[in-house]
Design a binder for this molecule. Structure first.
Ligand SMILES: O=C(O)CCC(=O)C(=O)O
Ligand SMILES: [Fe+2]
Length: 251
């Protein structure tokens, strides 16, 4: 009978340049050696999220936004960026959302969320692109936005978010809200529409379809109708205050 001889106990495992304090893992897209030498078309980059916001938003649309308080843009990002956001949204360790008081009230909002920090890849590029949009709002509407914040959100089937405005009573730091949707093939039977009341008191239903960005004045009342299917989105706020943008620890 052949005897299998293992050398596992005697041979040291050889690792080239072991990872340690002097040799950190190259996990961040902006790590120097990655951006210097390895950038290929396959690596996700900020340019994949570039949108010519000044061309996408005509003067007429901007006027309507001021007049009505809301606006919808479709086909916002290129496929690569959309796919990356969809993929990232599927791998997130979501946390229970909280109301402002820090109390979880499942009856009021059923979404599970994760704030976007530098540790996200696609989400962080998305946030930079939204900052470029905020610059356009500052230049054209004197919106006074100083930074943006965003979280991935997942509404399990059977949940929504009751009527609210994004500025709780007495607050006004949020200037403009923007929600980006990630759901392929969403139909009317899937529920989960964003119902928004415009500045004239007219109700509008917006379906949470992939690659759609709805932008609205943060003071407008809105609700998420009950979704009958898992519903993915990125809720985003452009704010006038100068707070540190990341409100949650990275761990
Ligand atoms: O997902 C949506 O359509 C809106 C979410 C929302 O209103 C919020 O998170 O404040
Ligand atoms: Fe909201």
């Amino acid at each position: 009978m052949t005897k299998i001889i293992s050398n596992l106990n005697v041979t040291n495992l050889m690792v080239d340049e072991p990872i340690g304090p002097d040799n950190p893992p190259l996990l961040e897209p902006w790590a120097k050696s990655v951006s210097d030498s390895l950038v290929t078309q396959d690596i996700l980059q900020m340019s994949d999220f570039a949108v010519r916001w000044d061309e996408r938003l005509t003067d007429t649309q901007l006027d309507r936004f001021v007049e009505d308080g809301w606006l919808v843009l479709d086909d916002v990002f290129m496929d690569k960026a959309l796919l990356a956001l969809q993929a990232e949204s599927g791998f997130i360790d979501y946390r229970d959302a909280e109301l402002t008081a820090g109390v979880r009230v499942r009856d009021i909002r059923g979404d599970r969320i994760r704030w976007i920090t530098k540790n996200f890849f696609a989400g962080y590029f998305y946030l930079q692109s939204i900052n470029a949009l905020a610059t356009l709002f500052n230049q054209s509407l004197f919106a006074g936005i100083r930074h943006s914040e965003a979280h991935y959100a997942c509404y399990p089937a059977g949940f929504g978010y009751q009527w609210h405005s994004d500025n709780p009573a007495g607050r006004d730091e949020r200037v403009i809200s923007a929600v980006f949707y990630l759901n392929d093939e969403w139909t009317i039977n899937d529920g989960g529409a964003l119902e928004i009341v415009d500045k004239h008191g007219i109700h509008h239903n917006v379906m949470p379809m992939a690659n759609r960005l709805v932008i609205f004045d943060s003071d407008l009342q809105h609700q998420v109708q009950i979704a009958h299917r898992q519903r993915y989105s990125i809720a985003t706020w452009m704010r006038r205050d100068g707070l540190v943008p990341f409100v949650e620890e990275d761990n």
